[in-house]
Ligand binder design. Structure first.
Ligand code: ZN
Length: 422
């Protein structure tokens, strides 16, 4: 990198970004901080605020056909592909001040740092606030990044929320302009980078500054239905009971040990039952039916396949052992692991090393917009520490200094990728 690009080297300003983060976080449902759920008036207000900051940073602002808010700065080489940075400004209910927001503010900070230093990249630079990454009334996460990846189908656009408003109407309200959603699909992205909080305890526990994500896990969701026989809770002897909840409980209680016993070194594998429905759900009735959802995550497609089958077999054994039937075993959804591009990982590692940061490669156990971007462009993520690993709670916290180190890594990686051949 010998060409003089500007008066000085661009540098992130952690204090400035922290102020922006606080200002955006303050746009919240007042009774339930920090809540800015997608499509609510708070979310709309937050985006209006972001749009103003994008303009102040000298970015040309538009909303694409999938409702993503995009700020763009042209590069020096006409027609060169885009270096894109972004995350999401929507939150879960009662969520924190960092999940999503940190990555959007990081993009804004990079744009401002480049502008202030008079540093013109060869490539165009875009900061994106992806629409509706978190759960929303349409039962569809990552709506905006799906759109960019061409994975937002017409059936999805016809989905309606509780008051009957279809998703395509919401996209219009977000400023999408009524053009076909396919026009949001991108083939001009040289690399996509997302800064995000870790949402887990590893970085803090190990005293590390940043995590370089190697893969974003794939997720299988299975719906299991244990069917027994309803009976009187006072008069039915144990020997005659066919208690669906006892069978389901045995399955749930045994699942962590099963997964841990089968864990392979270096492979990521976790499974959770977070949803359970009991019928008839009455205090004096032996449960007839127990329905539950298994969430299975891994960084390796082969493990997702193999363990879906093992989990089903384990459920079937539990059912048999307790005299009930495993009546249904349906796959609700399946997403494949999204490997991060080696070139983007390397750029992030190199940047962290140059800054003297303590870093580690890691798998992301949570889904992110970057997983969809990885379908259309080389994508990568940098994680910053989450205090006590907490996330999706108002207690979510990342220190300003840690955030600054993450942003500096992101900037270093963007400069590195800009220097690579267009
Ligand atoms: Zn997030």
């Amino acid at each position: 990198m010998s060409r003089p690009r500007g008066a000085k080297l661009p540098q992130v300003d952690g204090a400035r970004a922290w102020q922006w983060l606080e200002q955006l976080a303050a746009i919240t449902e007042p009774e339930r901080p920090w809540t800015r759920c997608a499509f609510t008036s708070w979310h709309v207000q937050g985006r209006a605020w972001l749009r103003e900051r994008f303009v102040e940073a000298g970015l040309a602002v538009r909303v694409d056909a999938a409702g993503n808010l995009i700020g763009r700065r042209e590069g020096r080489v006409p027609g060169a592909p885009v270096l894109m940075v972004g995350s999401h400004s929507d939150t879960v209910p009662g969520g924190g001040r960092f999940d999503g927001m940190a990555g959007v503010v990081a993009g804004l900070e990079l744009a401002t740092a480049l502008r202030d230093a008079g540093h013109l990249l060869d490539h165009a630079f875009e900061v994106v606030d992806f629409l509706a990454e978190e759960p929303n009334p349409y039962g569809l996460s990552c709506i905006g990044s799906r759109g960019i990846a061409g994975a937002l189908t017409s059936a999805m656009l016809e989905r309606r929320d509780g008051s009957g408003v279809p998703l395509h109407q919401r996209l219009l309200e977000a400023g999408a302009g009524g053009v076909p959603v396919a026009s949001a699909v991108r083939s001009d992205v040289k690399a996509f980078l997302e800064l995000h909080i870790e949402q887990g305890p590893m970085l803090e526990e190990r005293g590390l500054d940043v995590g370089i994500v190697t893969t974003i896990v794939g997720i299988r969701r299975l719906a299991l239905r244990f069917v027994g026989q309803a009976a009187h809770a006072g008069t039915t002897p144990y020997a005659l009971r066919r208690d669906a909840l006892v069978a389901a409980s045995a399955f749930i209680a045994g699942l962590p040990a099963l997964i841990q016993a089968g864990a392979q070194p270096g492979a990521y594998l976790v499974s959770t039952v977070g949803e359970l429905k009991v019928l008839p759900n009455a205090a004096n009735v032996v449960p007839a039916v127990a329905e539950l959802t298994v969430d299975l995550r891994s960084d390796q497609p082969i493990l997702l396949e193999a363990w879906s089958e093992r989990v089903k077999a384990f459920a079937s054994e539990a059912a048999t052992r307790h005299g009930v039937t495993l009546a249904d075993c349906a796959q609700l959804s399946a997403s494949e692991p999204a490997p991060c591009a080696p070139g983007v990982q390397n750029a992030l590692r190199k940047a962290a090393t140059a800054l003297g940061l303590r870093q580690q490669d890691m798998v992301s156990g949570a889904g992110h917009d970057a997983a969809f971007l990885a379908r259309v462009a080389p994508a990568g993520m940098v994680f910053v520490p989450s205090h006590h690993g907490m996330s999706h709670t108002a207690d979510e916290w990342t220190d300003a200094q840690q955030l600054e180190k993450g942003m500096a890594t992101l900037l270093g990686a963007v400069l590195e990728l800009d220097g690579a051949a267009a």
